[in-house]
Design a protein around this ligand. Structure first.
Ligand SMILES: C[S@@+](CC[C@H](N)C(=O)[O-])C[C@H]1O[C@@H](n2cnc3c(N)ncnc32)[C@H](O)[C@@H]1O
Length: 328
């Protein structure tokens, strides 16, 4: 593997061995495949439903997916790993989770990873971390960056959204890239608001939702179980973010989508010209596509719609993460 020229055209990621922590439904795993990285040698998550979906969609070799608590990770778990990809729980850093930062028990597994990065003899050459906007000003982030610098990593931070890589969806997220060599693109202490290698796609060039979603859009239009109840429409209409198939945007889908209506993601209007438009939720299939998952991604039958929205809302945008991985 080339370790100097990050993002250079000669970079061959195919031999990179990936460790995916907090693997959920495997968004990072899909991104690493898309970026041409080698195999995921280990994926670790404690959630049995997420692990079921990961197995269903990735068919990992025996022993790759581990239902394990990351608090129990040991230095040997970093042995033979080139790239560490992770999106730790975001509640300790989000408004809804009260921003308890390091005093929130849900930060413990990230603190354990930070401690291992401080002490382990063998450390990954590349690290990508994803979290909510706000993480960058947390103590957990400062601790991690301090440890990484002390171990000789070059760091670059980003605040990016999928609509900057051609996807009609907003999901502003913080990303930290760290590598044991220098990045080829010029970097500074500040947080990048654009990818260095590809300028943002103008909003007018984004595809229309119905074109981007294709047959999934038509399927969802005819699925009556996705329609909002009229009592909910009456009550929540003023706070809904309503889009049509001709729109080139949609709001971030959270894990509460389909359950709560306010601020959890956009709603589709089917007949805009009528005084009382028929409104529907985006289907989990559509949300997956807007999260950059490939069309062949699917859930096991046994996973409920509510669980699907929850898992997708916790995941990452695959296309955006893949673009970031290419910077290594
Ligand atoms: C933000 S989600 C990451 C989702 C993932 N990137 C994806 O594509 O689906 C955080 C994940 O961390 C897992 N998790 C939280 N605490 C954990 C722990 N102590 N040990 C292992 N996994 C944990 C949760 O089950 C959840 O799937």
């Amino acid at each position: 593997m080339k370790t100097d020229g990050a993002g250079s055209s000669s970079f061959d990621g195919s031999s990179v061995r990936v460790l995916e922590l907090f693997s959920g439904i495997g968004g990072m795993c899909m991104a690493s495949q898309r970026a041409g990285f080698g195999s995921v040698v280990s994926a670790i998550d404690i959630n049995p439903v997420a692990n079921q979906v990961f197995s269903h969609s990735h068919h990992p070799a025996k022993g790759v997916l581990k239902a394990r608590n990351i608090n129990s990770l040991a230095p040997r778990d970093f042995a033979d790993v080139d790239a560490l990809l992770m999106s730790p729980p975001c509640q300790p850093f989000s408004r809804n989770g009260n921003r308890l930062d390091l005093s929130d028990p849900r930060t413990e597994p990230l603190s354990q990873v930070t401690e291992l990065l401080r002490t382990a003899e063998t450390i990954p050459k590349m690290i990508l971390l994803e979290n909510v906007k706000g993480f960058e000003s947390s103590d957990a982030c400062s601790c991690l960056k301090e440890v990484l610098k002390s171990r000789g990593y070059s760091l670059q931070e980003f605040l990016l959204s999928p609509n900057q890589v051609g996807i009609p969806n907003s999901r502003l997220r913080y990303f930290l890239l760290a590598k044991t060599a220098v990045f080829s693109f010029q970097h500074s202490a500040s947080i990048f608001l654009e990818l260095p290698v590809k300028s943002a796609v103008p909003a007018t060039d984004l595809p229309r939702l119905k074109d981007f979603l294709g047959e999934a859009f038509d399927r969802a239009n005819s699925d009556l179980s996705l329609r909002l109840k009229s009592k909910d429409v009456e009550r929540y209409l003023p706070v809904l973010d309503i889009v049509t198939g001709d729109c080139r945007r949609s709001c971030c889908f959270t894990k509460s989508y389909g359950h709560f209506l306010e601020g959890t993601g956009s709603i589709v209007s089917l007949n805009v010209d009528e005084p009382r438009p028929a409104l529907r939720f985006f289907s989990p299939e559509e949300v997956a596509l807007l999260m950059g998952f490939p069309p062949e991604f699917s859930f096991p039958e046994s996973v409920t719609r509510k669980q699907r929205y929850r898992l997708l809302g916790n995941s990452v945008n695959v296309v955006l993460v893949a673009e970031l991985l290419k910077l290594f």
